[in-house]
Design a protein around this ligand. Structure first.
Ligand SMILES: CC(=O)N[C@H]1[C@@H](OP(=O)(O)OP(=O)(O)OC[C@H]2O[C@@H](n3ccc(=O)[nH]c3=O)[C@H](O)[C@@H]2O)O[C@H](CO)[C@@H](O)[C@@H]1O
Ligand SMILES: C=C(OP(=O)(O)O)C(=O)O
Length: 433
């Protein structure tokens, strides 16, 4: 595990061009397995999860040429072979589950390890995925440490209504439906920006998908998907993260952002902590308004609150950076994670910095912000965005802090420490990978 050493207290200033969104890149990489034709993908970030999937593709015999210095990936799955007795899908990342539909389509069989959990946010169900796979005609065989999924012929189109708007289950539905004969319909589909970007990629290969960005997707199966060229866009998580880093350190960071239309609710959430975001000419920027202060609601006797849920709510993955702002800002805020039952257990670590927080139940946290903070050594759970939130606080407090087990950051944010240094931060990695 690698740790971050931070000498905080400096305002961070400068410009950042963010990387692509891990949660768009990964389903897109899984989807490439659906076609035997050559592909060129621009803007692929050097992150652990991408490395793991590309390594698997190489093991399966695919032609993989990745140049991380330019971000160009050239890929062809012509000679690809899969053997469930020999090959293992990557573990410790949720996205492995999206390799199942392409493996079924190409080889009629897939093997899913039990450890496809990803970040330790609480229960990460696989049942919604199994229901989707079964609905397309797949068979499931259970063993001690894995599931074997089989399709006896081509998948057949289906109609399905999800229990809840699950991101990766929606993507798995699209992956199954793209080549299934007939029209498939999904109700209660997820519509996050990364789900939309993934659908755009599928369309670029010739998939026929309607309703992208809504809760109802209709997909007309095609016989074959083409190859082609695709350019990934900026990660809204990374945009918001650097804006928050500027705000919490009392600096100002301009971040390239070609999709400000995705930001109205994110902007209003920043405003709850006294931070104004400006979007101009393809860049987003924080404006320092003095010390952070929680805006009082007009409704009397209620706490200011931040609610996170499936899109178009505020995304749950952004909650930790706003919790960090809440610790720093004068005033009290209730944070409500409506999705995960275990995503707030780490918040006790905040008290090591001198923060005052109260976890009222597994979904709700009250932060009494603006308390005097001191540099400290804290422990990050295996949650990417929490390691970042702890780093944000450390960067805002004078003195030497250590974030132990910050490695998960490398799963989603390439060159993170280099970017921070370019903004004036004094930060370094220590320990192994
Ligand atoms: C690789 C990838 O894309 N991972 C993202 C994806 O994970 P993932 O697709 O695994 O997340 P889901 O949308 O399935 O939700 C995760 C869990 O939250 C619970 N749940 C979710 C929604 C809901 O309305 N009710 C409910 O109970 C379920 O226990 C579910 O298992 O979406 C999550 C939610 O945006 C993000 O945190 C992850 O970063
Ligand atoms: C939770 C995340 O990833 P995963 O679903 O792979 O755990 C994340 O990207 O924040």
């Amino acid at each position: 595990m690698a740790h971050l050493i931070v000498h905080g207290g400096r305002p961070l200033e400068g410009r950042i061009v963010p990387s692509a969104n891990k949660n768009a890149v990964l389903p897109i990489l899984c989807a490439t397995l659906l076609t035997r034709h050559p592909l060129r993908i621009h803007g692929v970030p050097e992150i652990t999860d991408v490395r793991k999937i590309l390594e698997l593709f190489r093991t399966l015999g695919s032609d993989v040429r990745m140049d991380y210095s330019t971000g160009l990936l050239e890929l062809c799955h012509q000679a690809t072979r899969f053997d469930p007795a020999a090959h293992r899908l990557p573990v410790e990342m949720r996205s492995s589950i999206m390799l199942v539909p392409p493996l079924l389509a190409r080889f009629g069989v897939a093997r899913l390890e039990n450890d496809v959990k990803g970040c330790t946010l609480g229960v990460r169900e696989i049942d919604p995925h199994i229901e989707v796979l079964r609905s397309f005609g797949a068979r499931i065989e259970e063993s001690r440490d894995s599931l074997i999924i089989r399709a006896d012929g081509p998948l057949r189109a289906t109609r399905h209504w999800l229990d809840y708007a699950s991101v990766t289950t929606t993507e798995n539905f699209v992956l199954c439906a793209a080549l299934a004969a007939g029209e498939s319909k999904l109700t209660n589909a997820a519509s996050e920006p990364h789900v939309q970007e993934f659908c755009d990629f599928m369309r670029s290969l010739g998939a026929r998908i309607e309703g992208v960005g809504t809760s109802q997707l209709t997909i007309e199966g095609v016989d074959e998907l083409a190859g082609g060229e695709f350019r990934l866009t900026e990660d809204f998580h990374e945009v918001a993260t650097f804006l928050a880093l500027g705000a919490i350190t009392g600096g100002s960071i301009a971040v390239k952002n070609s999709a400000p239309d995705q930001f109205p609710l994110i902007d209003r959430t920043f405003a709850k902590f006294g931070v104004t975001i400006h979007h101009e000419d393809g860049w987003s920027k924080t404006k320092a308004n003095g010390p952070l202060k929680v805006a009082e609601p007009f409704t009397r006797n209620v706490l200011q609150k931040v609610e996170a849920a499936p899109w178009p709510y505020l995304p749950v993955d952004l909650l930790p950076i706003f919790i960090a702002l809440g610790v720093k800002a004068e005033g009290s805020v209730m944070f409500w994670n409506k999705v995960y039952d275990g995503a707030l257990g780490w918040t006790g670590e905040l008290s090591k910095f001198g923060a005052h927080v109260f976890l009222s139940d597994p979904h709700r946290l009250v932060v009494f912000g603006g308390k005097p903070l001191m540099a400290s050594e804290v422990e990050s759970p295996y949650i990417i965005r929490v390691a970042i939130a702890l780093l944000m606080l450390a960067a805002s407090i004078e003195g030497r802090s250590v974030i132990h087990n910050a490695t998960p950051i490398k799963r989603a944010h390439p060159r993170f420490v280099e970017n921070l240094r370019a903004l004036g931060a004094e930060v370094e990695w220590t320990g192994g990978d």
